[in-house]
Design a protein around this ligand. Structure first.
Ligand code: ATP
Length: 323
């Protein structure tokens, strides 16, 4: 592999709070090690079209606290084609980019793997609010999203209590229930419904609501992961079967925004710096991840083959605590 002197950085897929902290870490660590750092805008689309600018120390000032991504992001259908991929490789050469840091979800990781296979060393950082990247215990943006959802549910609880209602709240997470499970515990949900676990309406929803009412509960919170969906229908069904007034709230994109938490800023900074340290040592084709609260790295292909699942114990705990 030729020596890496110029690196590019891009954000891809869904945006996540903390991506800016990761970009900042890549730019500043890169410059610290004497590398030239290029910002690639709008994900893989910008790599294909050459929407690329050189970054300096001040390009990343005053953005640690901002949600979203200053480099913008995109889902690029063209990049998935052979022609698009070739254009991306050519454009990397035109701009003298020898290595790329990709910040995104597992789709973006697949793109990074393909770029590595075509001779552009890449290092991928897990950036998604969903925490659904198998190789990593943590993804940048997860903590901020959890706190946003927690605040929203606290507010919904105030009105649910006043009216003695049941609130069905649909949270994001794509095909994973990590957001749902964590806020289910943090907000004291009566039921948590996630894609990873089959649910039975009578046992898992009706029973806790009816039994809770007999124990003196004044309101109910049901957390529904978007991977299961159907909040409006579920609320209607609860109302029809129990007679308890029920409302659905779909939190939507509010969960993606906002100023990143300390945890997201720190982890994003550590991960961004680690990615640059690998590239400056001419090591590519890696994914940065968190294992046992430490920053580690894996081969991209191996990382994409890993699996992880929601902890059964925490689901059990949520049930016990909702008594
Ligand atoms: P999020 O988890 O937030 O949705 P993501 O990175 O998984 O983020 P995707 O839309 O799946 O989001 O992927 C982002 C981009 O990565 C795609 O638009 C595409 O350009 C590229 N990509 C996705 N899958 C592949 C693949 N199999 N091969 C090459 N590139 C891919």
């Amino acid at each position: 592999m030729q020596e890496i002197k110029t690196i590019g950085v891009l954000t891809s897929g869904g945006d996540a709070p903390g991506m800016n902290a990761a970009i900042r870490a890549v730019v500043r660590t890169g410059i610290y090690y004497g590398l030239k750092v290029m910002g690639i805008r709008k994900g893989y689309n910008g790599l294909i079209s050459g929407d690329i600018v050189e970054m300096n120390l001040r390009s990343v000032s005053d953005m640690l606290h901002r949600g979203g991504t200053i480099l913008h992001t995109a889902r690029s259908a063209e990049f998935k084609t052979e022609a698009g991929m070739k254009k991306a490789v050519t454009m990397s050469k035109v701009f003298g980019i020898d290595g790329i840091v990709v910040i995104g979800g597992d789709g973006s990781f697949r793109g990074a793997r393909d770029l590595s296979e075509l001779g552009i060393p890449t290092v991928a950082l897990p950036g998604t609010i969903d925490n659904d990247i198998a190789c990593s215990e943590y993804t940048i943006g997860f903590d901020t999203a959890l706190n946003t959802v927690k605040d929203a549910i606290d507010k919904i609880r105030d009105t649910a209590t006043s009216h003695q209602r049941c609130s069905v709240i649909e949270v994001m997470g794509k095909n994973a229930g990590y957001i749902a499970v964590n806020v289910g515990i943090a907000n004291g949900a009566e039921a948590i419904i996630i894609p990873e676990k089959e649910f039975n309406f009578n046992n898992d929803v009706l029973k806790p609501i009816i039994e809770g009412k007999h124990r003196g509960k004044k309101h109910d919170i049901v957390i529904l992961a978007e991977g299961v969906g159907g909040a409006v229908e579920l609320a209607q069904r609860i109302q029809d079967e129990t007679g308890i007034e029920s409302r659905a709230t779909i939190l939507g994109h509010i969960q993606r925004g906002g100023s990143p938490t300390v945890m997201d800023r720190v982890i994003a900074s550590q991960m961004g710096a680690k990615a640059v340290q690998l590239l400056k040592d001419n090591i590519g084709n890696r994914v940065i991840a968190m294992k046992d609260n430490k920053i580690v790295n894996y081969d991209i292909v191996e990382a994409l083959e890993m699996t992880k699942t929601v902890d059964e114990e925490i689901l059990e705990l949520a049930k016990i605590l909702s008594l």
